[in-house]
Design a protein around this ligand. Structure first.
Ligand code: C2E
Ligand code: MG
Ligand code: MG
Length: 698
């Protein structure tokens, strides 16, 4: 309708001049209704008229743009300034041109234009103005876009002059980002790149941008809107001017390769993992073992290979069918895994055979403890409705083999030995190892029971004043006689207790028993004599130690001044700052502190002066050689000297002879402890001795 009416008009719709044949009107209508934006500008390049297509693309109406230069408001940060400069030069020279340029609409949408500008000359030949016909070529990429989208790919472009990156708009929506969220993500996607991959990606972009590489590709992960990681493969290529080092721009593609990766993973899983249980298979296990062996060789450390075979699995398989057998194997894999530390590698070799790698073993015993834990876990409750036991063989690197295959073979041999000796057990490949480790494990089992039952006693050894021989205190020394093992000295079972987490229970028992005995003696009328209790270095690592001492005092009612604790030098010197704080806490309870076995550790004399301690105990090894061995005599003198300087009291332990005692008296050692005055005694004998001595003194 409009068109028809307009044809009949006799007035030019643009100029308002007479146009009786409507020719101008027809041309104007073409301009008005073409799909391509059209601009008519004056000789200064200021807009006189734009068509409807211009308004549709740019979102600016004629009234908003009249009198303005297009370049002033249509271009933005992504527009290539070279193109702008070229356009300017052409206009000034009065030449027509055709260029592609990136423009921005009123709302900020980017679009790519092919700009065709021709000067319009008046009758005299001078330039009257310009006509620009534009073609939006953004849309012509529609097909490409569709193709890219379905391949989950995108094109990106980096402009060297603006440092702006443009990313095809369809890419981020592939990962669930809506338009608003996508707009907030920088086009390099660095902000949604996995933190572990970010430095590599940044470096990749940089090396392309500064011309170090001309093309390359990189894989990294980006987060989708739902937080899932997707694998991206990016390729990039630098476009350079002929001689320039740095590129003018970079172009490339991003490709979502998550699905491909997943397929690759699946293939890898099939090659390296057991399909039934999901555990590593033999190939992967040998690979891991090979790595661990070379690491252990370099670090001079040990590692363990455990070979596990279910007992009587054949019965399940043959009797109840393979499905039941499979179910059992899966359940065993889960159960065994639950008993393992994260760094160990459990693999299934096939059938009912499993192997386990324990990298970095500190002691052979740890392998035995793991084997025992696995057997216990299996027997705790039925596994997939079956009562399951297993036999385990253990081989250690480097003792039992220096390469993966030998280790596995020897662990296998040891497993047969375990089967032979009645199943549901474990064996080391080396017989000697069986004896020692089994010995310690047995000790540990017995010790656990002894702790549960409080099956210990304390002996008391008096400390006497060097000058007078008067009893001035005592040291409590633990004793354990096991029903099966007989008497076990503390030098054997205290380290086992330390290794197996039993020391705290043991320490608490000693503290409480010593305090209770002391209270009982005082109540029975004996003179108040302080008791010294040995505290393990591990106990000293426990920040609860002061609280535990306090509890022993509270529960028994012993006054703190009657308790002394003995700590070894090495315990104190591990972490001087922490030590100082802990010692103060203990001192604040009113308890005194002695350093045991002094001279055998490496005390920092600088710290020694600052620790709140009361007494040094000269180690038995020096006293033993007194007075004849020169070095022992000198060291003893030096220790006494240090103690005097620091106003600490000093006691010698292991005083066995009159010669020892004489030397120590002459050197002004305060107190003596050792067989010369008395062996460690049971409580009643100690009481008896104290009563006699006091009676004689009276
Ligand atoms: P220690 O604290 O240095 O104890 C002194 C050791 O020397 C004791 O050995 C004692 O029996 C022994 N001894 C005493 N006088 C003489 C002597 O004249 N000659 C010789 N040759 N030895 C003498 P014991 O009782 O076997 O204790 C050994 C170590 O076990 C102790 O050394 C201490 O470190 C530890 N220990 C003992 N009882 C406990 C305890 O209740 N808790 C903790 N954590 N450790 C303890
Ligand atoms: Mg001691
Ligand atoms: Mg000692």
């Amino acid at each position: 309708m409009v068109v028809k009416g307009a044809f009949q008009r006799a007035v030019d719709p643009i100029t308002g001049n007479e146009d009786p044949r409507g020719e101008h009107a027809k041309l104007a209508l073409v301009a008005q209704y073409t799909d391509n934006p059209v601009i008519i500008a004056d000789r200064d390049g200021r807009i006189e008229w734009v068509n409807a297509a211009f308004t549709r693309v740019t979102e600016y109406g004629l009234d908003e743009v009249r009198g303005r230069r297009p370049g002033d408001f249509l271009q933005g940060p992504g527009t290539d300034p070279r193109t702008v400069a070229e356009i300017g030069a052409c206009l000034r020279a009065g030449k027509g041109f055709r260029r592609q340029i990136l423009n921005y609409s009123k709302s900020g949408r980017q679009y790519m234009l092919e700009l065709d500008v021709q000067p319009v000359r008046g009758d005299s030949g001078e330039i009257d103005g310009f006509i620009a016909i534009e073609r939006d070529v953004t849309e012509s990429g529609e097909l490409l876009k569709l193709a890219l989208e379905s391949a989950r790919q995108a094109v990106w472009h980096w402009n060297a002059s603006t440092h702006q990156v443009v990313l095809s708009g369809h890419f981020l929506p592939l990962f669930g980002y809506d338009a608003q969220a996508a707009a907030a993500i920088d086009p390099t996607m660095l902000s949604i790149t996995h933190p572990g991959d970010r430095p590599d990606l940044e470096h990749w972009y940089e090396s392309l941008q500064n011309g170090t590489t001309d093309q390359g590709e990189i894989e990294y992960r980006i987060a989708a809107a739902d937080g899932q990681w997707h694998s991206i493969l990016s390729r990039g290529r630098a476009v350079k001017d002929s001689k320039a080092h740095a590129p003018r721009r970079l172009i490339g593609i991003h490709h979502d390769i998550t699905a491909r990766k997943a397929a690759e993973d699946q293939i890898r899983r099939m090659a390296f993992f057991d399909t039934l249980t999901g555990l590593p298979n033999r190939t992967l296990f040998i690979d891991r073992l090979t790595q661990s062996v070379s690491l252990a060789r370099r670090n001079h450390s040990q590692l363990g290979v455990l070979f596990l075979d279910l007992d009587n699995f054949k019965n399940v398989n043959d009797g109840l069918g393979h499905e039941a057998g499979d179910r059992l194997l899966v359940a065993v894999a889960t159960r065994v895994t639950s008993a393992l530390r994260a760094e160990s590698v459990l693999a299934r070799l096939g059938g009912d055979e499993f192997v386990l790698l324990l990298p970095d073993l500190h002691e052979a015993e740890e392998a035995a403890v793991t084997a025992r834990r696995i057997l216990e876990t299996l027997s705790e409750s039925p596994v997939s409705e079956f009562t399951v036991t297993a036999s385990i063989g253990i081989a250690l690197f480097p003792n039992d083999g220096e390469d993966p295959l030998t280790l596995i073979k020897n662990a296998d041999t040891a497993m047969y030995a375990a089967k032979d000796s009645g199943r549901n057990g474990f064996r080391f490949f080396t017989h000697a190892m069986n004896d020692t480790v089994m010995g310690t494990l047995r000790l540990e089992t017995r010790l656990r029971q002894a702790i549960r039952e409080g099956a210990f006693t304390l002996l008391y050894q008096p400390k006497v004043e060097a000058r007078t021989g008067t009893i001035v205190g005592m040291e409590a020394l633990i004793r354990w006689t096991d029903a099966e093992l007989g008497p076990v000295p503390p030098s054997e079972f205290v380290p086992v207790a330390e290794r197996h987490g039993l020391i705290r229970a043991l320490g608490d028992w000693v503290l409480k028993a010593a305090c209770a005995q002391n209270v009982a003696w005082q109540k029975a009328g004996l003179p108040g004599l302080p008791v010294a209790v040995n505290v393990s270095a591990l106990d000293f690592d426990d920040p609860e130690l002061p609280a535990r001492i306090r509890r022993a005092l509270d529960e028994t009612g012993l006054e703190a001044r009657y308790l002394e604790i003995e700590l070894t030098e090495s315990a104190l010197m591990k972490d001087a700052e922490r030590t100082t704080a802990l010692l103060h806490e203990i001192k604040n309870l009113g308890v005194s502190i002695a350093i045991d076995d002094f001279g055998t550790g490496y005390s920092s004399l600088a710290y020694l002066g600052t620790f709140p301690i009361d007494r040094l105990k000269i180690d038995r090894s020096f006293v033993r050689d007194l007075p004849s061995v020169n070095s022992a005599a000198e060291i003893t003198r030096a220790i006494i000297g240090i103690a005097k300087r620091l106003s600490l009291s000093v006691v010698a332990e292991g005083v066995e002879t009159e010669d020892h005692a004489k030397f120590l008296q002459d050197e002004q050692c305060d107190d003596l402890q050792g067989y010369l005055s008395s062996r460690p005694l049971p409580a009643d004998a100690f009481e008896h001795m104290v009563r006699e001595k006091t009676a004689r003194q009276d």
